[in-house]
Each structure stands twice: as C-alpha cells, then as structure tokens.
Design a protein around this ligand. Sequence first.
Ligand SMILES: Cc1cc2nc3c(=O)[nH]c(=O)nc-3n(C[C@H](O)[C@H](O)[C@H](O)COP(=O)(O)OP(=O)(O)OC[C@H]3O[C@@H](n4cnc5c(N)ncnc54)[C@H](O)[C@@H]3O)c2cc1C
Length: 382
Amino acid sequence: MDQRTPLNLAYDAIAAAREVAATAATRADAQDRDDGFPAEDVADLARLGLLAAPIPSAQGGAGLGEEPGAAKLADVLRLVGYGSLALGRLYEGHVNALQLIARYGEAGQRTRLFADARAGHLFGVWNTEPAGNGLVLEEARGGLHLSGVKTFASGAGYVTRALVTGRHPDEAAPLMLVVPLEVGTRADLSAWRAHGMRASATGTLDFTGIPVAAEDVLGGPDDYHRQPTFSGGAWRFAAVQLGGIEAVFDAWRGHLARLGRGTDPHQLARLGEGAIAVEGARLWVARAAAAVSEALLPPERIVAQVDLTRLAVERSGLDVLQLAQRSVGLQGFLRGHPLERLSRDLATYLRQPAPDRALVSAAAEILQAGGMAGDLWTGGIR
Ligand SMILES: Cc1cc2nc3c(=O)[nH]c(=O)nc-3n(C[C@H](O)[C@H](O)[C@H](O)COP(=O)(O)OP(=O)(O)OC[C@H]3O[C@@H](n4cnc5c(N)ncnc54)[C@H](O)[C@@H]3O)c2cc1C
C-alpha cells in the first residue's frame, strides 16, 4: 500500500486534508446513491497519512489532536467535511476510535491497533442499537461470543475495526470492544434509503456468533460513557458539520457570483447573515475543541460548553440552509446544482442524538454555576 507514514513534526495534516477534500468534492456527486461509499477517498486518507495521523506521538505517530487547543484536528475535520460530509463522518468515527484506544487501551492493544491504523484499516465507533436486539456478550460453545446488532453504523461493510459497546450479563454497564471485521460481511444497508449522507454506508451490522477474546475488550465497564470525554467528543462532529456548512455557503456564494445577482441588496443582506452564522459556528467549534483538549474547567462545565456548541452549530447550519435556499431559489433544488446534494447531506448530518437534552442540561449547569456570565467558560482563569 502506497501510504505515507506521518512522522511527528514534518507531517502537515492540514495540507493532507486540503488535498483529500479537493478530490473528495469532485467525487461526491457520483457517490450520492443508496449503495454509495467513498472508497477512493478513504484510500486517499490512508495514502496521505490521515488514517495514522491521530496515533499519539508517544506511540511514534503524528499526534494529531495533541496540539494546543486541538486546533489542527479541528481544521482537518472541517476540511474533510467540506470536501464530503459522508467522508467527514467516516473520518470522525475513525479519529474517535483511535482516541478511545489511546485513552483506554493497554500497551499491547495500542501497539496492535495502531499498527492496524497504519496499515490502512478503517475504524468506526458504533454505539447506537435497537431496543431489544442490542449487542451482548454471551457464554456459548465454551467461550464468550457476541450476539445482536448495531444500527446507524457508518461504514458498515467497509469498517474493518469496529469499536462497539456491548453488555456482559454480569455487568450493568456496557464494555467497549474492538472487533475485527471482513469487508463486505455482516452488513445490511437496505434500510439506509436516506435523504442525504447516502455515501456514508450507515447500516446495520450483525455481530452474532463472533467470538470475543480478552484482548478485544478495551478499558473497564462504562469507560465509554466517562465524562467529559463522552459528551465532550461531540465537538468533533460539530467540526465536520462546520465543513458542510461552509460548503453550502460557498455553493450559494458561487451561484450569486455566477449569475451576477450579488449587487441586489436583499441578496447581499442574506449573504452577510450567512457569513455571521458560519463564523459563529467556527468560533464555537474552536472554543469547544480547546475546552476539551485543555481540560481546565470542571467536567460538567466542559460538557455544557460542548452541548451548546452542538446546538449553536446546528442553528448555524439550519440558518445557512434556509438563507441559501431562499437566495438561490428553485435552481438549488435541481439535481446537478451544487447546492442540491450539499443541502441534503448537511440537513441529514445535522441530526444528532438528544438535542433537547443537550440544551436543557447545559442550561441547568449554567443556572447553578453562579458567578459572572463572562467567567462561565473560562472559570475566571483568563
Ligand atoms: C449520517 C449519520 C451517521 C451515523 N453514524 C453513526 C455511527 O457510526 N455510530 C453510531 O453509534 N451512531 C451513528 N449515527 C446515529 C447518531 O449517533 C444518532 O443516533 C442519530 O443521529 C440520532 O438522531 P435522531 O435525530 O434520531 O435523535 P433523537 O435523539 O431520537 O432525537 C430526535 C428528537 O427527539 C428528541 N428526543 C430524544 N430522546 C427523547 C425522549 N426520550 N423523549 C422525547 N423526545 C426525545 C430529541 O431532542 C429530538 O428532538 C449516525 C447518524 C447519522 C445521521
């Protein structure tokens, strides 16, 4: 495999992400079908070192995400999302998995799984499951085996290292496991007939019968939900969403310029409103990435900040979609117009779990915090 191994300082992850994004954008329309998947773009992520880039520097990797404020990782996620939101979703899952392995893996697991990432394996994190048929660990045929499914699993049939949550009958809290999978096996994409994000291969994966070895289990019971890492990690999907918002904004901006409609004051006013929304989302994402990576605030405050970031970015995305659709008009709903698929992908990817709960739990934290509003997110440190 022609794969660049990032070597700490010399590696430019942002340049790699720009290159991946530029090519992914040219392929995204062709992948926009029910059975689509950005296989060539994932190969580019491997070739340009981005699959290996989140491996910690202590393990000989580029340590993407260890930089101050996680600023480079935020930019990389944004850029990949700009090129293709489906690819951004897949890459975010891969980064999440490697970060969980770095945090909870034992030395042997880290060595083995990071070698897999270097070799081009695509990782995913699959937590979502249906009521009544979620993933469990069962004693069978003299050993532990998996039974049940994961749903809304991005990259189903393509991810070859799946980080999943599963319940052991003796434990109330779920365990994390990293399960090796073969390409093209156990995946059912028949229900993924989606409005957008078609190329993310978000399907159901049946794990029934897969044996579990001790070295497959990562960390201890409920480590997956440990805060602020669990809820705080949402900043990464907000960074990918930001890329999708910027892509919609640029398709809209390009349309106005192409048609010479940019001198109309109503169009200019909408574009100005859109620019405010984009920049607002960008600032929220940067602040949230820094809050999680610096960990200076108490865990519940970090979670509140990331919860608000999720909602601010969602609001920004919804505003930009509405403004762009009003500015471009019917043209933007016709297949072949740059805005059409970008809008569907963004509208779909903005759907993330429990937004109401994120808002009210952040509000409850703010209510009990006391002090001055200006100190809420700095703790009075800065
Ligand atoms: C493209 C894409 C890829 C994905 N890939 C993965 C993946 O790889 N792995 C994975 O684990 N998951 C994945 N997911 C699933 C994702 O993590 C969420 O499960 C999913 O996006 C939830 O969306 P939802 O709008 O149905 O959320 P919900 O949480 O169901 O929210 C829908 C609405 O119901 C409200 N609500 C939520 N709970 C309640 C309640 N108890 N009572 C009343 N109202 C409630 C919410 O506030 C919101 O208004 C993916 C999702 C998308 C869109």
